[in-house]
Design a binder for this molecule. Structure first.
Ligand SMILES: Cc1ncc(COP(=O)(O)O)c(C=O)c1O
Length: 398
């Protein structure tokens, strides 16, 4: 009998990536919840606030007025103008509407930017810990991730010198995310500026993921877009998801020199086309309307951060750098390695999920082995309950 030649089922491309670890944890937790478990969830990176009412009203009105059709791929002019106006007002940038492309979430904006800029064999520098999707999106494009280790004792700070040491002739781009998911670290504006300049001088792109740019607790909001002399090689990734508590609306954007923005729009014309019309109309209202909601949410995040740091401090041997932004803590749990067969953050996270019904994300997803990530975008009551459960669980392990 003739043998059937083995046929490859999937592309090499898709074989290079994994399901987003955060999404996987959320799915596993949902399964336990459906079975009746009382979960405390620190897994998903999403604000616990409802979307502000005036934004919801704008979307409803847009549907009623039949803004329900295809739009130009990079978004309606009204939205592209609102994006650049908001950015200029808040960060002193000078982008033009044709340099803004609205996408179905910041994740797609990032995906498009990386596919447009990175070729096979290109090196892309990123600090560790990194947001889970940076690595997979770069590898999907055929790029090679070059990691810059940061020091936990120094609050996971990234300096220009640390980046400079990793530059080679193959460096194509540097991905920076400040405030950082998962560590909450904020890159000092002087270092950020120095990195932008050294990249620009060498023709290297900086992709600045600014999804948490408004959740900066240092008192000095900083955007890469404010460094005009490097703008030719700067791509900003923005999102309304965290800023206005609009994760499910899927509205993100890129800001980039017109040639890059046009290439992003070209790629987007072959994947999703535009983001939904009524969502674009609501986004215009979010960006042009009252901004007090951001300050209100930020003030609450700062309180929640302080609460969760206080609760973590009650668990012996766990250390945690103080986050300066976003809404995550990234405690080091490695002091418990070697106890009862536990040898990794992944194992701790898995056992916390199943034994304590507390949802966390293991540090392996972000490039470090010794940490777990907790999102504190939740209620003070859940922080108390969840951290009590963790304290009991770690006490049994000790
Ligand atoms: C660092 C970072 N970038 C981008 C995103 C994507 O956000 P969205 O696609 O909801 O705009 C997230 C979401 O968690 C994130 O944490």
């Amino acid at each position: 009998m003739a043998t059937i030649p083995s046929v490859k089922q999937f592309s090499d491309r898709v074989g290079r990536i994994e399901v987003s670890a955060t999404m996987a944890v959320v799915a596993e937790a949902a399964k336990l919840k459906a079975e009746g478990a009382d979960m405390v969830e620190f897994g998903a990176g999403e604000p616990h606030f409802p979307t502000p009412q005036h934004i919801k009203d704008a979307a409803i009105e847009a549907i009623q007025k039949n803004f329900t059709k295809y739009t130009p791929v990079p978004g309606i002019l009204e939205l592209r103008s609102a994006i650049v106006k908001r950015h200029a007002a808040d960060f002193g940038s000078d982008y033009k509407p044709e340099e803004a492309v609205a996408s179905t979430g910041g994740k797609l904006a990032l995906f498009n930017a990386i596919q447009v800029l990175v070729d096979h064999g290109d090196e892309v520098i990123m600090p560790v810990p990194y947001w889970v999707s940076f690595k997979d999106i770069v590898e999907y494009a055929g790029g090679k991730c070059v990691y810059v280790d940061t020091d936990e004792a120094a609050g996971f700070q990234l300096t220009a010198a640390m980046v400079e040491r990793k530059l080679t002739a193959r460096t194509r781009a540097i991905i920076l995310n400040s405030p950082n998911n998962p560590s909450g670290a904020v890159i000092a504006p002087e270092d950020f500026t120095a990195i932008l300049k050294l990249a620009h001088q060498r023709g290297i792109y900086v992709i600045a993921d600014e999804c948490y740019v408004y959740l900066n607790f240092t008192g000095h909001n900083f955007s890469a877009g404010s460094v005009a002399e490097a703008r030719e090689h700067t791509v900003i990734i923005g999102s309304l998801s965290k800023t206005y508590s609009m994760t499910g609306w899927r509205l993100g954007y890129s800001l980039a020199p017109v040639a890059v923005a046009s290439a992003i729009a070209k790629l987007q014309s072959q994947n999703t086309s535009s983001t939904a019309h009524m969502i674009q109309k609501a986004a215009v209202v979010a960006l042009n309307g009252p901004q007090e909601c951001i300050a209100r949410m930020k003030a609450e995040y700062i309180q929640l951060r302080d609460q969760i740091l206080g609760e973590l401090a009650k668990i012996p041997k766990i250390t945690c750098a103080k986050p300066e932004g976003a809404f995550y803590v990234y405690p080091n749990v490695s002091a418990y390695f070697g106890r009862q067969g536990v040898n990794s953050a992944a194992e701790i996270s898995r056992r916390l999920l199943h034994e304590a019904h507390v949802v966390t994300v293991p540090g392996e997803a972000f490039g470090t082995r010794e940490h777990i990530r907790l999102s504190y975008a939740t209620s003070p009551g859940d922080i108390k309950r969840g951290l009590e459960r963790m304290r009991d669980w770690f006490a049994k392990l000790a």
